[in-house]
Design a binder for this molecule. Structure first.
Ligand code: NDP
Ligand SMILES: N[C@@H](CC=O)C(=O)O
Length: 376
């Protein structure tokens, strides 16, 4: 039986769902000859680690306790009384992760999985790569900071997976990689890559208020922790950057043209996420309803579109025919069209659920399992 030691960073919506999938897939993985050994789990404040990372893993009952504690708002520290783990807090936490990465990276191997929404994990991930670990990301931020950090993270391409960063569980990254690996040059990618914005557009078209559907998208697990990351277009811009960099473009986030759906005065420098959701957001309702109505009078719908072509990389709101591939999208579905030499007149199209904890965590789990040949 192959054993994959895993250290999880982030146990919010996606991280907890990943732990549940790991537990629920035990029998399946066992039939496939692979077992995931959870050696550590951390959130923004503390890290729980098994007492012997070389041989032990957290019991499934303990993983479920982590999910229960975190979804009820309790801290990881509250689980220490269950006696299965050691705890490391704040600055000790980073040092301990690096210590484990150093210990396991060159022996059993270790998959460091980033289900946080933080840019602070990039330093741990870079060091983990240097220490011979594999990394799996749902978090887009490490891949969308400076180009040097990106190049370090992908420097051992066999050891990194990041399928869930674009299109959640949809096989977008895998498809782009396969097309490129076959020598087929990709000329153009166009798509609707935000589950949140897709949901918002189609629900506002159906007559609901913008502010209400943004709240709904948040409670359905589609949005980023701060929904302004979605509404500003930055989350789509990060996805566009990940795709553009895969195509070999050495560009940065600020090279991408981005349209925001809310004015600057509602931004993170002016108000908290809570104030934005409870009062700021509703001030956009009228303006947005007007845009949707104006498009509808022309027989069109609004879609937030990502476009990569040559040196151009843009994301923004467009009025599109209702019966176009993007116009027909409903709810949180994403669609990506890839145009290359082989897929010239008829593009390679990937479509389906593009956000949500379940599908995202499933994508992360599939990525971890995909690394199994690198483990003993
Ligand atoms: N939801 C979706 O549909 C999709 C999400 N993703 C990505 O998945 C990631 C997770 O999203 P989601 O679960 O909704 O986010 P949440 O906000 O629910 O959870 C984030 C978790 O990360 C933890 N965290 C924050 N900073 C750090 C840090 N420095 N080190 C370790 N852990 C940290 C938080 O800790 P604490 O609990 O202490 O706050 C929390 O447990 C995001 O990057 C998102 O973009 C990708 C594709 C789709
Ligand atoms: N907030 C994102 C989640 C997936 O990346 C979205 O809405 O698409």
């Amino acid at each position: 039986m192959k054993s994959i030691p895993v250290l999880l960073m982030g146990c919010g919506g996606v991280g907890r769902q990943l732990l549940e999938h790991v537990v629920n897939c035990r029998a399946l993985h066992s039939r496939q000859g692979v077992v995931l050994r959870m050696v550590g789990v951390c959130d923004s404040r503390s890290l729980l680690v098994v007492d012997d990372v070389a041989t032990k893993g957290m019991k499934d009952s303990f993983l479920m306790e982590i999910c229960r504690a975190k979804s009820s708002g309790s801290s990881l520290a509250s689980l220490l009384s269950l006696g299965q783990c050691q705890i490391f807090k704040d600055s000790e936490m980073m040092d301990k992760i690096i210590d484990i990465a150093g210990h396991l990276g060159r022996s059993t191997g270790l998959a460091v999985v980033d289900c946080s929404a933080s840019s602070e994990t990039v330093s741990i991930l870079k060091q983990a790569v240097g220490l011979g670990c594999c990394i799996v990301l749902a978090n887009k931020k490490p891949l969308t900071c400076g180009i040097e950090a990106y190049e370090k993270l992908i420097s051992n391409f066999r050891c990194i997976r990041f399928e869930s960063t674009v299109g959640a569980g949809l096989p977008v990254i895998a498809s782009v990689n396969r097309v490129l690996a076959s020598g087929d040059p990709i000329y153009h990618i166009v798509g609707s890559l935000s589950g949140t914005l897709g949901y918002v557009m189609s629900e506002v078209e159906a007559g609901k208020l913008f502010s209400k559907v943004v709240q709904e998208a948040k409670s359905l697990g589609f949005t980023e922790p701060d929904p302004r990351d979605d509404l500003s277009g930055m989350d789509v811009a990060r996805k566009a950057l990940i795709l553009a960099r895969l195509l070999g473009r050495r560009i940065n986030l600020n090279d991408i043209k981005v349209d925001s759906l809310y004015p600057d005065e509602l931004g993170p420098n002016s108000m908290s996420t809570e104030d934005f959701l409870s009062s700021g957001l509703s001030s956009v309702d009228r303006d947005f309803q007007e845009k949707v109505r104006a498009a509808s009078l022309k027989g069109k719908v609004l879609r937030y579109v990502c476009m990569i072509e040559g040196s151009r990389c843009e994301v923004g709101l467009q009025e599109l025919p209702k019966d176009s591939p993007l116009g027909r999208l409903r709810g949180s579905d994403n669609v990506v069209e890839i145009y290359s030499r082989c897929y010239k007149d008829s593009p390679l199209v990937i479509q389906g659920a593009g956000a949500g904890n379940d599908t995202t965590a499933a994508g992360v789990l599939a990525d971890i399992i995909d690394l199994q040949d690198l483990f003993q």
